[in-house]
Design a protein around this ligand. Structure first.
Ligand SMILES: C[S@@+](CC[C@H](N)C(=O)[O-])C[C@H]1O[C@@H](n2cnc3c(N)ncnc32)[C@H](O)[C@@H]1O
Length: 365
């Protein structure tokens, strides 16, 4: 079976680094009390833009770092594009600007970089750390989102760190699909939803905000780091009463809601194992393999989710699964139609924003 590659993960297309919506106006203030009582002992990293501005540096030193970082970025040219379709120097220069915006407390300083004087700049990271971060970006190809500790996703700014998948733009459409279903079936709004393999908590948080006080989302992940980071993000958005985090494998933490779920969504690992080595360095070297590798044909977890959905959803319950593309969508629909004893109806394949057939949705009979 030949599967098409994910626009999200394969080296030929990694839209997360092409997204231009990283604007500071989307950053949200967070109350410090929201960071307590995490369900695990792992302490998530605080994103750079939320760190206290406790460092100061001379503007001339900041400018020296910026000049060095820019010349490094420029020297890359199209080398990364040619090796694995990584970022080119113009994208790296944009990232450098975003890094500056996160690191500097007073943004007006950024317009004064040309006229160096003795001014002191208040910073959220010291200049030595900025040198180290930019070396990691260029030399190790560490994803920009891990450097600054966050990613913009829909209207959320989510904390991310090593060990947690950076949420991708195409996954945002799952939320539109859920919104559409909720608008047509108010009953589902009051039920229990599950986001399996929640990663940063992106999907669970966005659904939780749509359900409001009526419903509840259980978000699970096998990775304790993901659970801790998702819990941190849930607390940042004050959704602790709506989104509950549980650590465990797929349906295992959901035994007490068997047959009761109003909705089930997941963006599981779906890259065929053999394709992992061909991924863009930012992805293959740095993002967690457990979040990417879907087994020999990439569909191990998708099939497992289909089987579980039959017993976990209540009659009329909705599901949406993200896949690698058209071939996986077709295989999944075929499986749901012919190997789940007629458990489902209203099966559909839905495209992502780029027109790639990406999602399979349907309802429990
Ligand atoms: C492709 S990532 C999706 C993350 C997040 N939902 C998103 O869309 O950004 C897949 C997630 O599934 C989790 N995962 C992998 N195997 C799992 C398992 N057996 N049980 C639960 N979660 C698992 C990974 O840790 C990862 O967070």
């Amino acid at each position: 079976m030949k599967l098409s590659f994910s626009s999200a993960y394969f080296a030929s297309n990694f839209p997360v680094f092409l997204k231009s919506s990283v604007v500071t106006s989307l950053y949200r203030p967070v109350s410090s009390s929201s960071q307590s009582c995490l369900p695990t002992c792992l302490k998530p990293q605080v994103p750079l833009f939320l760190k206290p501005p406790i460092y100061s540096t001379a503007l001339s030193d900041l400018k020296s770092w910026h000049d060095w970082a820019k010349s490094l970025a420029t020297s890359i040219g199209s080398t990364f594009v040619e090796s694995d379709n990584g970022p080119d120097s113009s994208l790296l220069c944009r990232e450098l600007k975003w890094l500056m915006e996160d690191a500097v407390e007073d943004q007006s300083v950024l317009t004064q970089m040309g006229n160096v004087n003795n001014q002191t700049v208040i910073m959220r990271a010291d200049v030595e750390e900025l040198y180290s971060l930019w070396k990691q970006r260029i030399e190790d190809r560490r994803p920009f989102q891990y450097l600054v500790g966050c990613e913009h996703w829909k209207d959320l700014v989510l904390s991310v760190q090593d060990g947690v998948l950076i949420p991708r733009p195409e996954t945002e459409h799952i939320i539109d699909l859920v919104a559409d279903v909720l608008s047509k079936n108010e009953g589902l709004r009051q039920g229990v939803w599950a986001d399996l393999g929640t990663g940063s908590g992106a999907i669970a948080i966005a659904i939780g905000r749509m359900l409001g006080k009526c419903g509840r989302v259980i978000a699970t992940d096998f990775s304790p780091v993901a659970v801790a980071v998702a819990a941190y993000n849930v607390q940042r958005y004050c959704l602790q009463d709506v989104v509950q985090l549980k650590q465990g494998s797929w349906f295992e933490p959901l035994k007490n809601v068997e047959g009761k779920l109003a909705g089930l969504v997941s963006n599981p690992p779906y890259i065929p194992s053999k394709d992992i080595t061909g991924l863009q360095a930012e992805v293959g070297r740095h993002e967690p393999r457990v979040a990417l590798d879907g087994g020999i044909n990439g569909m191990d977890d998708l099939f497992h989710l289909c089987n579980g959905a039959a017993s976990m959803l209540k009659p009329g319950g909705f599901f949406a699964f993200e896949t690698n593309g058209e071939q996986q969508c077709k295989h999944l629909v075929d499986y749901l139609e012919n190997h789940t004893s007629g458990s489902f109806c209203g099966l559909k394949i839905e495209p992502d924003f780029a027109g790639i057939q990406r999602f399979v949705t349907g309802f429990r009979q």
